[in-house]
Design a protein around this ligand. Structure first.
Ligand code: SF4
Length: 438
């Protein structure tokens, strides 16, 4: 039997157990493999005296070598302990779930394992391991044996089966780098959190879940379409199994990570129908301010147990919303906020500052929108970063459409703003929220 470990290194949110690891465990179990999942991120977090390093506003130093050098002085003994533990497992395969915030930590640990003669095959996967980001990097530099550049389930099982060319991976064969086409899983299984629930997470008795993968929308700044090429839906029996296990573990709250709980009227009805059969939980999730969402729908959401919803408003300027390809109306946002307030649902609102075509007039419309909607008591948090041209987004792929004259993920320059202006707007935005009492 192949002995395999899939782990997550710092830095990542310490709020809840990672859904990705739990999904891989359950899928491989259904295919005949009992893998071990380890959340080293939470272990290091719980042992650390520098917990502020895990705050989202402090993620940036984890992503660059100079910042990481400083962090390393605080966590190196923990990382050495992890390296030693992974060596002792003598696994056939060690997989790492890689995000932008733990890429450097992952490289550090893999290099520590290699310098101590690890025999295990190394696989990397996760949001950072995409063809347009770091999937090739980990193979070209011979850091990993497999770069899983797509959803992890099928590639992992192929690797566990010792297939020479696992689907959805990039590998090196006789010095040639080969990309093997991906395949999405046909069925998703109830995530298995059993290895992770002994850890102490910040949000106790809370688990993440996703009914759907993918999004039918095409917002210009978003990469969801690149991450999930088609919409996959979780079946109700598997959700029943998940709920049963969650109840046994004393879980009280479930946070849905779906891009939205209403990708279409049909899927929305199916989700609510399934949730209405499971009482005793409170739910939180994202909602898209679709034109068809009605007061009746929000009432149904509330009846099912949702007490927190998040909506992406992004801008108070209809012109910018149009450029973003965000098919929402600001009137609908007002109604949504009104219905949520009446029904006792907390509504969180997200905004994006510094979309490439955003001018000062658009920015002030966003502030005006927030001022006008304030009596309806939405939750608006300060933003930690300005709009980014993510590599899988339409902004990045078609920069000329958005007036971008110099392309860079964070420091792009457009006809209407540059990083300096965006940063200034972000500061004004956060200050404005503070003045309004947020
Ligand atoms: S921002 Fe949200 S609604 Fe828009 S494409 Fe991305 S996931 Fe879908």
């Amino acid at each position: 039997m192949t002995k395999a470990i899939i782990c997550l290194l710092p830095c990542h949110s310490p709020n809840r157990p990672p859904l990705g690891l739990a999904s891989l465990k359950s899928f491989s179990f259904h295919k005949g493999f009992d893998i071990k999942t380890i959340d080293y991120n939470i272990k290091v977090f719980n042992n650390s005296e520098n917990k502020e390093l895990w705050k989202p506003e402090n993620f940036f130093p984890w992503t660059n070598k100079a910042g990481f050098k400083n962090i390393l002085s605080k966590i190196s003994s923990e990382l050495d302990r992890i390296i030693q533990e992974l060596l002792e497992y003598k696994a056939d395969l060690i997989g790492f779930s890689v995000f932008s915030t733990n890429k450097i930590t992952t490289e550090y640990v893999i290099s520590g394992l290699k310098s101590r003669g690890i025999k295990s095959k190394i696989a990397v996967g996760g949001p950072q391991i995409r063809k347009d980001i770091d999937a090739f990097y980990f193979i070209e530099k011979s850091i990993a044996d497999f770069s899983v550049y797509t959803e992890g389930e099928i590639p992992l099982v192929d690797i566990l089966k010792d297939k020479k060319r696992p689907r959805g991976t990039i590998i090196k064969e006789h010095d040639n780098i080969i990309t093997i086409p991906p395949e999405s899983p046909k069925k998703l299984f109830s995530p298995d959190f059993s290895d992770l629930l002994n850890n102490k997470y910040l949000q106790s008795n809370t688990l993440p879940f996703m009914f759907t993968r993918g999004c039918p929308n095409r917002c210009a700044y978003c990469e969801e379409r690149t991450l999930f090429t088609k919409l996959i839906f979780f079946d109700s029996d598997e959700f029943g199994i998940f709920i049963k296990e969650a109840k046994k573990s004393g879980i009280k709250r479930i946070i849905f990570g779906d891009s939205q709980i209403n990708p279409s009227k049909k899927v929305f009805k199916i989700i609510l129908n399934i949730l209405s059969k499971h009482k005793g939980f409170s739910f939180e999730g994202n909602i898209f301010a679709s034109k068809w969402i009605s007061k009746y729908d929000i009432k149904s959401i509330k009846r099912c147990g949702f007490n927190v919803l998040t909506v992406g408003v992004e801008s108070g300027s209809p012109r910018v919303l149009k450029m973003m390809n965000k098919n929402i109306s600001l009137f609908k946002i007002f109604f949504l906020a009104f219905w949520c307030k009446r029904l006792g649902i907390k509504l969180k609102m997200n905004f994006i500052i510094g979309f490439p075509t955003e001018r000062w007039s658009d920015f002030f419309l966003t502030l005006l929108f927030i001022f006008i909607i304030r009596p309806l008591k939405p939750i608006i948090s300060p933003i930690a970063s300005t709009c980014a041209a993510l590599s899988g987004s339409d902004i990045y792929k078609n920069p000329e459409k958005y007036g971008i004259t110099m392309l860079h993920t964070l420091y792009f320059r457009s006809h209407d703003n540059d990083y300096r202006i965006r940063f200034l707007r972000m500061k004004i935005f956060n200050r404005f929220l503070k003045i309004l009492g947020y």
